[in-house]
Design a binder for this molecule. Structure first.
Ligand SMILES: [Cu+2]
Length: 361
């Protein structure tokens, strides 16, 4: 994750006020706010250290917990074997030179150190999506190697980005024992909107505001303003394609709560955007929608209820780039288990209050 210069709330208020916070532009916009430092496992300054012994295999889980940046992780030639992606889906083990991770995505990889390996230090680096702003974020020390000095946080620029060496293109690797995606019954188009003048981000020109009553509690009936919440409804087990259309200059990592989806394709004007799904397609819970492009995901939910679908760039989420995916009708939603504390007949009571004082809702 990034080392923030200030809290997200503070920076968001400045963006809303039209301040330029050093966002990174390179034809498209890579980030809203420039934060000069990275943390790996909470360690700034490239100080995160991992010691591996010859004759061992270590499993790493790489989580992009950043607020702002898609990142590319490299390990100076250390063999990384990708074995799992979000949401805990095993993939065909694949040797990768780099891992490209959108915000919210997770990747597990194995590092095998052969018996008798010579001591050596491998620097872990992070770059943005176009290979700029490369920083050392940590070191892997093999066989008792010493950490390299000086460790000043700078690094050589990475090699140009290839298409077959970086994970998270959704085109490879294929899931391990994956299943083909069933055909969709219909398609829902979601047009992303927004920009920084004025600073606002939404879906179909709607900017989500949190309902005053949780939709799950109110049966999705009230407690929200319909022009402030986009509620897309799908049936339980219905197969629906959600098509993100992104005319904006930024990529948006969309994350769906409580469900998974197949990534069918992504496209866009910039390098690395155009990807056809692996065969069978990957099942994920996060997808990077490229700038000046789009993405098609296929949802089949067996999880009735209301679920959040949102851009994982913190500032975009705060601006309202989110919608609610309603799965099934309220009558199909699970009831709280027996013995769960509830406030009496909560939905009925809230409905009475809403009728008595509609301004509150
Ligand atoms: Cu976004």
């Amino acid at each position: 994750m990034e080392w923030p210069a200030a809290s997200a709330e503070t920076e968001f208020a400045k963006l809303r006020a039209g301040e330029d916070l050093g966002g990174t532009y390179q034809q498209r916009m890579l980030a809203d706010v420039f934060w000069p430092e990275w943390l790996l496992n909470g360690e700034p300054g490239g100080n995160a250290t991992f010691r591996l012994e010859p004759g061992t295999t270590t499993r790493f889980r790489f989580i992009n917990g950043a607020a702002n940046y898609l990142v590319v992780l490299r390990a100076e030639g250390l063999p990384m074997r990708l074995v799992m992606t979000d949401p805990g889906q095993y993939v065909e083990p694949t040797r990768v030179e780099a891992i490209r991770a959108a915000i919210g995505e997770r990747y597990d990889f194995l590092v095998e150190v052969p018996a008798g390996a010579e001591p050596r230090a491998y620097r872990l680096t992070l770059s943005d999506d176009i290979g700029e702003n490369t920083s050392v974020v940590g070191t892997v020390l093999v066989g008792g190697a010493e950490a390299p000095e000086p460790l000043d946080g700078s690094a050589d620029p990475p090699p140009p980005r290839g298409t077959d060496e970086v994970s998270n293109t959704y085109g490879f690797p294929a899931p391990w024992r994956g299943q083909p995606a069933p055909p969709p019954s219909r398609e829902v188009r979601l047009t992303l909107s927004g920009g920084d003048d004025p600073y606002k981000w939404g879906i179909d020109e709607t900017y989500l505001e949190e309902p005053s009553v949780p939709l799950l509690l109110s049966g999705g009936q009230f407690g929200y303003k319909k022009d402030r919440v986009t509620l897309e409804k799908i049936g339980v087990r219905e197969v629906v394609d959600l098509v993100f259309v992104n005319p904006t200059m930024m990529g948006h990592p969309f994350h769906l709560h409580g469900n998974e989806f197949w990534v069918m394709e992504t496209w866009g004007e910039f390098p690395g955007s155009n990807v056809t799904a692996s065969d069978p397609p990957q099942r994920r819970d996060t997808v990077q929608v490229p700038p000046k492009g789009g993405a098609r995901i296929r949802v089949q939910s067996q999880n009735p209820g209301v679920w959040f679908l949102h851009c994982h760039v913190d500032f975009h989420l705060m601006a309202g780039m989110a919608l609610v995916l309603q799965v099934g009708e309220p009558g199909e939603w699970p009831r709280p288990p027996a013995g769960t504390p509830v406030c009496g007949d909560a939905p009925g009571e809230l409905l009475r209050l809403a009728r008595a004082a509609p301004d509150l809702f």
